[in-house]
Design a protein around this ligand. Structure first.
Ligand code: PMP
Length: 366
């Protein structure tokens, strides 16, 4: 073996070596329907004003650690209940990592649990934090298998349970009473993180239940709302609990440009809300069109994407790729998702591009 191979074998954790880096498709020249982004840009006039703000941003200094102005704006504009503070992250991906790192490391084993199929970062973050990850299979209709969830909680005593609300990649909202039962079962022994990344489209939240459940963390992001490029996630919980997570947060994790952009855009959040409204209307139209296609089983969605089962998922993705439309093939993610695909709900034009490609792929002999 060469020097570098030996070095890596000697130094890098075995489980890291066995893993692959999170892959993001390049996507240049494609209709991008794989990442649940908002397809609408900010209006030109706002972008120009933002450009001015960014020109005035102080770049030679570190962002001042407390982020007080931005946090106050997030609390005010994004529905954080009175008396609760937020913690900011470089996307909610970073917050997921911070939560797992706060409860576990290689010396202090802990379990992180989530229903599966789930957002892939829960298991990745758990693994890299040195936690055991337990996935509890959803029922066939993608609702929580409460018998299995409660049994797994009793058996594994997880420090953290991640619940995406709505769930990615299935799109559904779990039943409120099931989530309540999980919060109660965890009690003082475990935290439930309600990951509300798709809340702008679902319009349902556990935010108002924080006073009732002190083991509840509500996590959100501005990514799906229309600001995926700035990388800003936020989470809230009982102040004492938030304070513990705060100790693990890397200093300066939200950069000055993000700070300036978020403070400006949140003053115009109604523009993003209107875009979310338009996307929701498109979701209804697209779901109806899909439901009318023979051989397509559409799953109900409260998010800005629709997942569905098709006769041959790989063939559909390939056909769409040839038409320069990028979607997500879910087949390899979990056995429950064999031949399933996921598409972001986008503009009428981009949704049509997807529908036309899909219809062509479904033709006999295609
Ligand atoms: N949570 C869920 C459920 C997601 O689907 C995603 C992104 N696809 C994230 C969190 C990460 O969001 P962010 O862009 O804030 O890192």
């Amino acid at each position: 073996m060469s020097f570098i191979e030996n070095l890596i074998a000697n130094v890098i954790r075995e489980d890291v070596r066995a893993n692959a880096a999170y892959a993001v498709a390049d996507g240049s020249g494609f209709v991008l329907l794989d990442q649940m982004e908002n397809p609408y840009e900010l209006p030109r006039a706002l972008r120009e004003e933002l450009g001015q703000r960014l020109a005035d941003a102080v770049l030679n200094r570190y962002p001042r650690g407390s982020y007080a102005t931005l946090k106050a704006k997030v609390c005010d504009k994004l529905g954080i209940p009175a008396g609760y503070d937020v913690m900011l992250g470089n996307g909610s991906d970073e917050l997921i990592q911070i939560v797992t790192t706060t409860v576990a490391n290689q010396k202090r084993r802990a379990t992180v649990l989530a229903p599966v199929p789930a957002f892939v970062m829960y298991s990745r973050a758990a693994q890299f934090a040195g936690a055991d990850f337990v996935g509890v299979k959803l029922k066939k209709d993608f609702s929580l298998d409460m018998e299995a969830m409660l049994a797994a909680i009793a058996l594994h005593q997880p420090a953290v349970v991640f619940l995406a609300y709505p769930n990615n990649p299935t799109g559904n909202l779990f039943a409120v009473e099931d989530i309540e039962a999980i919060l109660r079962a965890l009690g003082e022994n475990g935290i439930a993180v309600l990951d509300e990344a798709y809340q702008p489209f679902a319009r349902q939240t556990f935010m108002d239940r924080l006073p009732e459940f002190e083991n509840l963390v509500v996590m959100r992001t501005v990514s799906k709302l229309g600001l995926a490029g700035i990388r800003l996630g936020y989470m809230t919980a009982a102040p004492q609990l938030l304070n513990e997570f705060e100790k693990v947060r890397p200093p300066y994790n939200v950069n000055v440009l993000t700070q300036v952009a978020a403070e400006f855009v949140l003053d115009h959040v109604e523009v993003l809300d209107a875009q979310a409204e338009a996307i929701n209307a498109e979701r209804t139209l697209l779901a109806a069109e899909l439901a009318a296609l023979p051989g397509v089983e559409v799953f109900p969605s409260a998010a800005n994407f629709i997942s569905m089962r098709v006769p041959d998922g790989a063939a559909v993705c390939e056909k769409l790729m040839s038409e320069k439309v990028l979607i997500k093939n879910l087949s390899k993610m979990h056995p429950m998702l064999a031949n399933c695909i996921r598409v972001t709900v986008s503009t009428p034009e981009e949704n049509s591009a997807f529908l036309n490609g899909l219809k062509a792929a479904l033709q006999p002999g295609a």
